[in-house]
Write a protein that binds this ligand. Structure first.
Ligand SMILES: *Cc1c(COP(=O)(O)O)cnc(C)c1O
Length: 244
């Protein structure tokens, strides 16, 4: 070892045990994404990890950013707006249900909104984005079982909704998003989502984003073509239940 430059001291785990924990979890999730991508015969790097940071503090978002995460997801506007104001260099994804009266706020920080499920919402978001001279990527959220309670448009409505979004200034139709219905096998859910995504690309060939897969099922989603997985628990641990 003589002659080699001085090696900086290894980071001391006790300096920030939470950083070490998150680094370990991120390493595990990233390895699993890479392995699933390879197993599916897809190109390395074709799946983007969105770290879902809802309910976790800004310190955890900073730790993730330090570790190289560029895409973060949030599901409530008030929380997302506050975090995005502190860390504007990250790509903020709004993945929760969007209310029309929040469109203006969300349009100011979101790079991508994953949960557009009706034309009125697209109109409101597009108008808000136009006012601040931004273009927001949009995924149509698909309700695979047609249950309106959990958000999402039924598969039959996607074509019309896609055309509405494509006509909105301020928005770019990026693709589709879904959360598997509670009682469904995720494999079946993601197979149906992939079919809907193929249909969408027929008329909108640039809408290639497929936002699918969470902690419990992201490897299955990757098999079915997910380009973006939205992972919270596996990266940051359990969340207290949230209301609303
Ligand atoms: C919370 C949330 C996630 C992340 O879920 P985990 O199971 O914690 O990975 C993904 N997508 C949406 C829409 C969410 O609300």
């Amino acid at each position: 070892m003589t002659g080699s430059p001085p090696v900086p001291p290894a980071p001391v785990a006790s300096e920030d045990p939470r950083r070490v924990e998150i680094a370990d979890r991120l390493h595990d999730v990233s390895s699993r994404i890479a392995a699933a991508t390879a197993r599916a015969g897809r190109p390395a790097g074709s799946v983007t990890l969105i770290a879902v940071t809802k309910t976790f503090g800004l310190d955890d978002v900073r730790r993730l950013a330090d570790l190289g995460v560029a895409d973060v997801g949030e599901s409530r506007d008030q929380e997302a707006a506050a975090k995005a104001a502190e860390l504007p260099a990250l790509r903020w994804h709004f993945v929760g249900r969007l209310q029309r009266n929040k469109a203006r706020s969300v349009a100011a920080y979101a790079a991508c909104v994953h949960s557009i499920d009706r034309a009125a919402l697209a109109d409101a978001l597009g108008a808000a984005a136009g006012r601040v001279r931004r273009t927001v990527d949009v995924c149509l959220q698909v309700s695979l079982d047609g249950d309106p309670q959990r958000g999402g448009a039924p598969v039959e409505a996607l074509g019309g909704l896609a055309d509405s979004v494509a006509r909105c200034g301020g928005l770019r139709l990026a693709g589709l998003m879904a959360v598997p219905p509670l009682s469904w096998d995720p494999d079946r859910a993601y197979a149906e989502l992939a079919r809907a995504a193929g249909d969408l690309r027929h008329d909108h060939p640039d809408a290639i984003m497929l936002s699918a897969g969470m902690t419990a099922d992201f490897e299955q989603a990757i098999v079915h073509g997910a380009t973006h997985v939205r992972v919270g628990t596996a990266l940051l641990g359990g969340r207290p239940p949230i209301v609303g």
